[in-house]
Design a protein around this ligand. Sequence first.
Ligand code: SF4
Length: 250
Amino acid sequence: MRLSDLNEQIRVCGRCRLSQTRVHALCGEGDRRARLMLVAQAPGQKEDLEGAMFIGPSGRVLDDLLGPAGVRRSEIYMTNLVKCFLPRYRKPKADEIQACCRYLDEEIELVEPAVIAPLGYFAIRYVLEKYELPMPDKSGFDNIVGRLFLAGGKGIYPLRHPSALLHNRSLQPQMESTYRKLGVFLSECKWYPVCPMKFYHRAGRLDSEWIERYCRGDFESCVRFHMEESGVPHPDWMLPDGSEDEGLRD
Ligand code: SF4
């Protein structure tokens, strides 16, 4: 199936009760080949009325968070877990998520993002369960926000929804710092083509998790990356976390 065909299905969908109260069923927006996909919960009222994503107050917060990360909307793909407005901004019901999630599943298949960033509790819970990652209870929720998980050949990076900042300004430093990492995920490490890690991996001597977590994921957290940047010598067999694997020697 093509994304345009899927979007046609979304626009006329009548699979759940939300089709009776919505104005627009919202399709995803952005680069159809993006490395990074944001998954929000559902459209807000302005989005429902005008048929576009993140054009209300949450959208302004999103832009304020993406700007410092160096991320433009046009280079990512944005979509929702539930495609229709939830009246009075209520929570999505289980049967509504069940009816709608097949569209998100298809979008992930078609766009093939390297990193998926679910925004807010319901999107996070759905994506973690889809990739068979443990979902913590409410008290452990803070611990998974802004952490990169690997599953199904993808990075999963849970984030608070931008609307959280509209209700609680004290979250600003934490949200700015976690969203800033999205800019890192847009490209793989510039040293990757010549990095010994690439050659060890190609030779079957290095677990692919190192590559997914650092070289094609969060290269900014790689010790080797910073040593390369500042010209500090380091052994070929030093791993991205700074430890040395003597087994890789020679
Ligand atoms: S190991 Fe570090 S420096 Fe080498 S390509 Fe991966 S992220 Fe970049």
